[in-house]
Design a binder for this molecule. Structure first.
Ligand SMILES: Cc1cc2nc3c(=O)[nH]c(=O)nc-3n(C[C@H](O)[C@H](O)[C@H](O)COP(=O)(O)OP(=O)(O)OC[C@H]3O[C@@H](n4cnc5c(N)ncnc54)[C@H](O)[C@@H]3O)c2cc1C
Ligand code: HEM
Length: 376
């Protein structure tokens, strides 16, 4: 691969401050020149409309870490099959990206920037096209999943169990994108909260985001018997990343879901690791999975569960999950898995590093372009 990252960075610096304008220009050009591509996208694109472009630029900017992005791109490409993306669609996206950047660079764009982005995009497109083709003969692009369980555990959190109508092979810790009939073509990722099961069922923990399209539809307007669409499994928060017999899991809210799946998986290992799970919630009543965690605890004697409550006014020690970990003086000699909102993950990883946990022992979901500290 001969990609001039220096030129990519220089040119990106020109357009980064006007990235919103680049996004608008990119989609306008893409849809005007290729109306059939418009049909792949959701009718309303206000929310999260910049995801494609943001990820694309972040991937390009992190191409130096080629190993890190290749796995991510493979999963992304397999996932793109559900939109109906074919190899012949890729050149249009690359072309429109370069045109949109050049048009918004205030006259400072140079021809050599075109060449650098075209090379980088071609590399990404080749990886994605190959990965998608490898699976296309025998894996469906998406799955139907029948809702077989729906339980509101709190006013905000639903636990939903879905049975895919075809085998759904995934690894504990991964997530699936989900679409409901209420929001056609709108997909959101949700972590699977269980390790693979013989009955092929997947459980999701869904927290309602105020005004959120898909989370509200899943929690409040979905019933047993309804059918959801599921994209292929994605994600890198896997037990195989751990190299120590002591695991520390730090979860914020429904970030518990993938860590619970990893706990289940760990029970199948010949040498079960010892696990300290710290689950942070805002209020005592938000601890939505206490009963299940207690059950897990009875089957996994080397599991310890600590519930941390951060915002309760009376009668509780106020601490978030990482405070609780440090207050309990847990030995920080093992691999630490962190899952929650992006802010929670960022703050927690920084605290852990500051406390002396080595970067290579801190595991979070891979996001292209995120600081490399957790993947070193
Ligand atoms: C890898 C991954 C795994 C995930 N796993 C889970 C999971 O297991 N359980 C779960 O409940 N969610 C999970 N999420 C978040 C989920 O994918 C959706 O983003 C979330 O449900 C909101 O979608 P929505 O369509 O309801 O809201 P949208 O319609 O997308 O958003 C409505 C408004 O809320 C804002 N918003 C969006 N998300 C949040 C948020 N989290 N907090 C505050 N404001 C927000 C938006 O900016 C927008 O203004 C995961 C996300 C990722 C990236
Ligand atoms: C080659 C580089 C590409 C990259 C890096 C890329 C990346 C992304 C990302 C990150 C998303 C957000 C959802 C997710 O994380 O799965 C996305 C969504 C999408 N992409 Fe791509 N993509 C690429 C090419 C294409 C092409 C060629 C097409 C088809 C023309 C396409 C069509 C779509 C569609 C339809 C969506 C859904 C958008 C939405 O839900 O708002 N992508 N892409």
């Amino acid at each position: 691969m001969s990609i001039d990252i220096g030129l990519i960075r220089k040119s990106w610096a020109l357009v980064e401050p006007v990235a919103d304008r680049v996004t608008v220009h990119f989609y306008a050009k893409l849809f005007a020149d290729h109306p059939h591509i418009r049909e792949m996208f959701p009718p309303a694109m206000d929310v999260q409309r910049d995801r494609l472009l943001q990820a694309l630029t972040r991937v390009v900017l992190s191409l130096e870490d080629a190993d890190g992005v290749v796995d991510y791109l493979g999963q992304l490409a397999r996932d793109h099959r559900k939109y109906g993306v074919l190899p012949e669609h890729y050149p249009a996206v690359g072309r429109c990206l370069v045109i949109a950047m050049r048009a918004n660079a205030g006259g400072a764009w140079r021809a050599e920037y075109d060449a650098a982005w075209i090379d980088a995009y071609q590399f990404i497109a080749d990886v994605m096209i190959r990965a998608a083709e490898q699976e296309s003969a025998y894996v469906p692009p998406l799955w139907n999943g029948v809702v077989v369980g729906h339980e509101m555990r709190t006013r905000e959190i639903a636990v939903i169990t879905v049975e895919p109508t075809q085998p759904y092979a995934f690894k504990a810790g991964q997530y699936a994108t989900v679409q409901t009939s209420h929001w056609p073509k709108v997909w959101r990722p949700y972590s699977v909260a269980n390790a693979p099961r013989r009955d092929n069922r997947l459980t999701f923990h869904v927290r309602v985001v105020p005004g959120g399209w898909v989370s509200t539809a899943l929690a409040h307007h979905t019933r047993v018997g309804d059918t959801l669409l599921l994209g292929p499994p994605r994600g890198s928060l896997l037990l195989e990343r751990a190299g120590t017999p002591h695991l520390i899991f730090i979860a914020g809210g429904t970030g518990l879901a993938p860590l619970k799946a990893l706990i289940e998986e760990s029970m199948w290992l010949p040498e079960r690791p010892s696990i300290d799970l710290f689950h942070g919630v805002r209020h005592h009543g938000d601890a939505y999975d206490v009963r299940d965690l207690r059950d897990l605890r009875t089957h996994h004697r080397r599991l310890r569960v600590v519930q941390a409550v951060s915002d309760e006014i009376d009668g509780w020690r106020r601490e978030n999950a990482v405070d609780a970990l440090l207050n309990h003086r847990v030995s920080l000699d093992g691999d630490v898995f962190v899952c929650g909102s992006p802010d929670m993950v960022r703050v927690t990883a920084a605290r852990l590093l500051h406390t002396g946990v080595p970067a290579h022992h801190i595991h979070t979901e891979y996001t292209p372009g995120a600081p490399t500290l957790v993947y070193s």
